[in-house]
Design a protein around this ligand. Structure first.
Ligand code: ZN
Length: 415
C-alpha cells in the first residue's frame, strides 16, 4: 500500500466519488457524523430512538431497510469505544445495485479534518457535503496589480485565480497642456493619483475583508516601480490588510492578465500552495518534452515500460484518470491477456467476449485501478508520484493530450 499524503487525499477524493454514485430506492440511506467529543453511548441512544420512530414509515420496504441500517450502525458502534481525533463518519443503507436488487452496504470513514457537528441524516443518497468541503483548499491570497492609470484586484483561492474588481483613473499623463503652470499641473496630478490610490484601497477592503479572515493568508502587489511601492507605503490599505502584506513584484500588465503575470512570479512565495508545486512538475515535464532531451515520457504503455526499467524519477498522474487494468483469462485454454479500460463509477460491467484461440468465453480474472497499479510499481522503483489536478491549463493538458499519465525520466531510454 502506498501511503503518502497526496495518495491519501487522492483516495479520499475517489471514495467520495464512489459514495456520490450510491442511491437508495427510498429515503433509506443513513449518514452518521460523529465528532471526536461526542459520546458514543449517546449516539447509540439516539439511534435507538430513531429506530422506534422509523416504525411510523408507511412503506414496508423502506421501513425494513431503515431499521436494518440502524441495527447495522448500532452493531458497528459497539466496535468504536471513542470517536478518533477527527471523528468518524458511517454511511449505511440498502444501496440500489441494479437488476431490481438492493444490498446493505456500510462505509466507515475517518475524515482528514475534524468533524464539526453531530449529524444523523436519512435520505435517498448519502450526505457528503461536510466531507466534500474538506477537499477544497481554503487558503486565500489577495492580489493587486496597479499603475497610475489602471488597477485590478483578484483572489487566489486554492487553485482558482479570479479577478474581482477593475478600476481606471483620470490621472493626467506627464505632459501638461499648454497654458497650464507647471506647479499647478503637478498639484492636480498628485491629487488625482492620491484619489485613485484611495479608491484602490477601498476596493481592496471590500474584496479582501469579505473573505473569511482565518483563511486569508495575505496580499501581494504587482506593478511598475515606484508606483506599487508608493501605494504600499502610502497607507492606502486598511490597517488590518496592511498587516497582511506579503510582497511586491514587478509586473508589466495591470489588467486581468497582470494578475496571472503576478501569480506566475509568486512561485517561491507560495511554496505551500499545491497548485504551484503541480505547475512546477508539469512545466518541467513539458520543457523536457519540447527540448527533445529524451527525459520525458507519456502514455500508459511507454510510461509503464520506463517504470519497469526503473528509469522514472517522477510519475505524473492526472487525478481524473479513471481506468482499470484487467487480467483476462480464457475459461477453457491457457490464453491470457492484459487490457486497460476506462472505468467510471456506475459504468456497466466490462464484457470480455470470446477467446481468440479456442472460441470459449473469456472472464475478467483481476481488475486493478490503474492508479493503484502504477503507484505500487512506483513504490518498488523508488519513483516519486505526483497527482496533477486538471484545474489549471498544464494539468488539463496532461489529461487531454497525454492520456493522464506522464513521466520525468532519470536517464534517456529511447522508449
Ligand atoms: Zn481459449
Amino acid at each position: 500500500m502506498v501511503e503518502s499524503e497526496a495518495h491519501k487525499k487522492y483516495e479520499f477524493k475517489r471514495t467520495l466519488e464512489a459514495l456520490r454514485n450510491k442511491h437508495g430506492r427510498g429515503t433509506e440511506l443513513i449518514s452518521l457524523y460523529i465528532p471526536h467529543d461526542k459520546q458514543v453511548h449517546e449516539v447509540a441512544a439516539q439511534l435507538r430512538e430513531e429506530f422506534g420512530q422509523a416504525s411510523n414509515i408507511k412503506s414496508r420496504v423502506t421501513r425494513q431497510n431503515v431499521q436494518g441500517a440502524i441495527e447495522s450502525l448500532l452493531s458497528r458502534l459497539k466496535l468504536i469505544p471513542k470517536a478518533p481525533e477527527n471523528g468518524v463518519v458511517i454511511f449505511c443503507g440498502a444501496v440500489d445495485v441494479g437488476a431490481n436488487k438492493t444490498e446493505m452496504q456500510t462505509y466507515i470513514i475517518e475524515p482528514p479534518e475534524p468533524i464539526k457537528s453531530y449529524k444523523y441524516h436519512c435520505d435517498s443518497s448519502f450526505l457528503l457535503t461536510p466531507l466534500e468541503e474538506m477537499l477544497h483548499e481554503k487558503k486565500t491570497y489577495g492580489l493587486i496589480v496597479l499603475d497610475r492609470r489602471e488597477a485590478t484586484i483578484g483572489l487566489l483561492r486554492g487553485k482558482h485565480l479570479e479577478a474581482m474588481a477593475h478600476l481606471t483613473s483620470t490621472v493626467p499623463g506627464k505632459q501638461r497642456k499648454g497654458g497650464q503652470s507647471s506647479h499647478r499641473f503637478q498639484q492636480l496630478r498628485l491629487i488625482a493619483i492620491n484619489e485613485f490610490y484611495t479608491r484602490i484601497g477601498e476596493a481592496a477592503s471590500e474584496v479582501f475583508l469579505g473573505v473569511d479572515q482565518k483563511d486569508f493568508e495575505g496580499i501581494f502587489i504587482g506593478g511598475p516601480s515606484p508606483t506599487k511601492e508608493e501605494f504600499e507605503s502610502g497607507g492606502y490599505l486598511h490597517h488590518e490588510l496592511q498587516k497582511k502584506m506579503l510582497g511586491l513584484f514587478d509586473v508589466a500588465y495591470t489588467d486581468e492578465s497582470g494578475l496571472y503575470e503576478l501569480f506566475d512570479k509568486l512561485g517561491e512565495a507560495l511554496q505551500d500552495v499545491e497548485v504551484v508545486q503541480e505547475k512546477k512538475f508539469m512545466e518541467r515535464f513539458l520543457r523536457e518534452l519540447v527540448s527533445d532531451s529524451g527525459l520525458a515520457s507519456y502514455g500508459e504503455e511507454q510510461v509503464r515500460k520506463n517504470m519497469q526499467m526503473g528509469a522514472v524519477d517522477t510519475l505524473l498522474l492526472s487525478d481524473e484518470l479513471r481506468k482499470a487494468r484487467l487480467t483476462i483469462k480464457c475459461t477453457n485454454c491457457d490464453y491470457e491477456v492484459k487490457k486497460t479500460i476506462t472505468k467510471k463509477p456506475g459504468d456497466e460491467e466490462y464484457q470480455p467476449g470470446n477467446c481468440p484461440k479456442c472460441g470459449s468465453s473469456l472472464k475478467v480474472a483481476e481488475s486493478v485501478d490503474i492508479v493503484e497499479e502504477l503507484s505500487t510499481l512506483a513504490d518498488q522503483m523508488s519513483t516519486n508520484v505526483v497527482f496533477i489536478s486538471s484545474d489549471f491549463e498544464e494539468g488539463n493538458q496532461l489529461l487531454t493530450a497525454f492520456g493522464g499519465i506522464g513521466a520525468i525520466l532519470r536517464y534517456k531510454t529511447g522508449i
